[in-house]
Design a protein around this ligand. Structure first.
Ligand code: ATP
Length: 309
């Protein structure tokens, strides 16, 4: 009996470990699908948003107390402006967005929206004020119209189409065999990464509360020049007059940002506009920029070659 029991037990442990790893992996891959218990205070206040200024004040945080991820981070995103975060993988960019959405509470310091500590306000209010455009948008197995309307279920057909137009995806949809009634998702038409992101932008534009703050995790997938242009136009429509924090990968997004935060190992190592940061040829940003330019050039050359063939 012991002989049988031991391997079974071992298998159980192993199985649980595997399971946990899968869940961890899912959490890390999907910025906004985490299930964490952050509770409202009994007397949590309503959030009152004016300009929508977001402030991180000396914020420290770690998923595990033995391993700090953000170390005394401070920055301000003035209401209506756009901040782009750049930096190597693991620098803590997604963590910043998760903290602002209050999936976790900070270990020390505080995060405020128009001066209100987000720990003291109702989560419902907080989340209604923040539009999120994830890197990989989940589409339902339903029509494209349904998928956009998900941003506001009471939206009329013309509202849906206006949002799609602003997100630069309307013409694309009209080109589908059944237009807005085309089935998308796993079992229907498969949209590309860039198209899915524009669906998410349309949803955000439609969102009932017209969120004053927008968080965007830019898709990393390579885009052709045309799609790139469409995405940028969609982004401009979404970000105008909204406080926007972007995990940026695209050069065009970064150049246009009001402020760029260069992250490394949980700290802001450089900040400023593109022009400011480019003044320091020994800086991290300068180096990053030169590498990206090179990649961009190679991409364009590849596109040219494809056209010629
Ligand atoms: P990327 O550009 O690759 O998305 P990032 O800058 O967004 O990177 P974060 O996702 O914020 O980085 O991760 C910062 C650090 O926190 C990483 O070392 C990561 O392994 C760790 N981390 C992220 N999520 C968790 C989690 N749920 N539990 C434990 N550690 C985590």
């Amino acid at each position: 009996i012991t002989q049988l029991y031991v391997p079974l037990n071992w298998f159980g442990t192993y199985y649980r470990m595997m399971q946990r790893n899968f869940i961890d992996m899912e959490n890390m891959l999907d910025l906004f699908q985490e299930h964490v218990e952050v509770q409202d205070l009994p007397d949590a206040a309503a959030l009152s948003v004016g300009q929508g200024t977001v402030k991180f004040e000396d914020v420290s945080f770690g998923y595990d107390e033995r391993q700090p991820i953000l170390r005394g981070l401070s920055f301000t995103v003035p209401g209506g402006s756009t901040v782009a975060m750049v930096g190597e993988s693991g620098a803590g960019k997604s963590t910043i967005l998760r903290l602002l959405f209050r999936f976790y509470d900070v270990d020390s310091g505080r995060i405020t929206i128009d001066g209100q500590d987000i720990r003291l306000i109702r989560q419902r209010d907080l989340r209604a004020s923040i539009g999120v455009v994830p890197q990989d948008t989940v589409l339902f197995n339903d029509t494209i119209r349904y998928n956009i309307r998900y941003g506001k279920v009471t939206a009329s057909d013309s509202e849906v189409e206006m949002a799609a137009e602003a997100a630069q995806i309307h013409d694309k949809i009209l080109g589908f065999p059944d237009g807005y009634d085309t089935k998308v998702g796993e079992r229907g038409l498969r949209l590309s990464g860039g198209e899915k992101q524009r669906v998410a932008i349309a949803r955000t534009l439609l969102k009932a509360s017209n969120p004053p703050i927008v968080l965007l995790d830019e898709a990393t997938s390579a885009l052709d020049t045309n799609t790139e242009r469409n995405i940028q136009a969609a982004l401009r429509r979404m970000t105008v007059n909204r406080t926007t924090i972007i995990i940026a990968h695209r050069l065009s997004t970064i150049v246009d940002a009001d402020q760029i935060l260069v992250m490394r190992e949980g700290e802001i190592v450089e900040s400023g506009t593109h022009a400011d940061l480019m003044r320091d040829p020994d800086g991290v940003y300068y180096d990053m920029w030169m590498k990206q330019l090179q990649e961009e050039k190679e991409k364009e050359e590849a596109e040219e070659r494809e056209k010629e063939e």
